[in-house]
Design a binder for this molecule. Structure first.
Ligand code: SF4
Length: 258
């Protein structure tokens, strides 16, 4: 834009980025899942996944480079957090996935977002909230709040804060175990925030929002998938049964952990 004053061009150059991501690798599977490797402006790499669901195209976005939560079943947690993504870098993941489909010219649109990629979204709270406003706004990507799900490993104080935001997006909690003994083995975060503290925050969230919470539960053979654990899980969620449900997930082996 050579018609702008030089000082303004310099300021824009210093303070703004137009294309925060570069597409490095794209892999498409037979079931329609597409994996993207993006490079950030500082050279760091992140992954985004497009899933083809019966209800539409759903993008799983990354919110941090690496992750400090350290879940034992997760490959992303092997790399400690390098930095938070900006809200622009999170929005750009959706835009580049949409561009990929636009270039095919078959008119498919991204309709759903899950904030479940690399990183703990509520540990990058302000940028994730800003991202949610941009993708939901009619002047942004206009994706309905009810088509967006934020997943947390269970940062109880942030769940309380999230409840007060007044947003209509869905909340998912990675529970994965019905008691502290198993959960602390699977998820380091449970050693700081116990199941009792987590459930107090979730019950508070439901009381404020009257919205349903999804519990994610990865089934690990002989670890958390017995009848005894199923009973414990039923007891744990009894109080909020009408406003919660459990999503059982098959384990996806991570070679580094085998
Ligand atoms: S919080 Fe998410 S990204 Fe981080 S280690 Fe756990 S499962 Fe992996």
């Amino acid at each position: 834009m050579t018609n702008l004053p030089k000082s303004l061009i310099e300021k824009l150059d210093r303070e703004f980025v137009v294309n925060p991501l570069k597409q490095r690798i794209v892999q498409e599977s037979q079931d329609g899942t597409v994996k993207y490797l993006f490079e950030l402006s500082d050279g760091m790499l992140i992954e985004t996944v497009l899933m083809r669901q019966h209800y539409g195209l759903s993008v799983c976005v990354t919110t941090q480079v690496g992750c400090n939560i350290g879940c034992s079943f997760c490959a992303s947690g092997l790399i400690p957090k390098q930095r938070d993504l900006t809200s622009g870098e999170i929005v750009a993941q959706i835009m580049l996935v949409q561009k990929y489909f636009d270039e095919r010219g078959d008119g498919e649109r991204v309709s759903h977002i899950v904030v479940m990629g690399i990183g703990e979204p509520l540990d990058n709270y302000d940028n994730v909230m800003n991202f949610l406003r941009v993708v939901n706004d009619d002047k942004g990507l206009a994706i309905g709040a009810r088509h967006i799900t934020v997943s947390t490993s269970g940062l109880a104080p942030k769940i309380r804060e999230f409840a007060r935001e007044g947003v209509q997006v869905n909340l998912a909690v990675s529970l994965h175990a019905p008691n502290n003994e198993i959960r602390s083995r699977m998820m380091r975060i449970n050693r700081q925030i116990s199941i009792e503290q987590l459930f107090a925050a979730i019950e508070g969230y439901i009381a404020v929002t009257n919205r349903r919470v999804t519990f994610e539960y990865i089934m690990l053979n002989g670890v958390n998938d017995g009848v005894e654990q199923a009973q414990e899980l039923a007891d744990l969620t009894k109080k909020i049964r009408k406003l919660s449900y459990v999503n059982l997930i098959p384990y996806n082996p991570v070679s580094e952990h085998d």
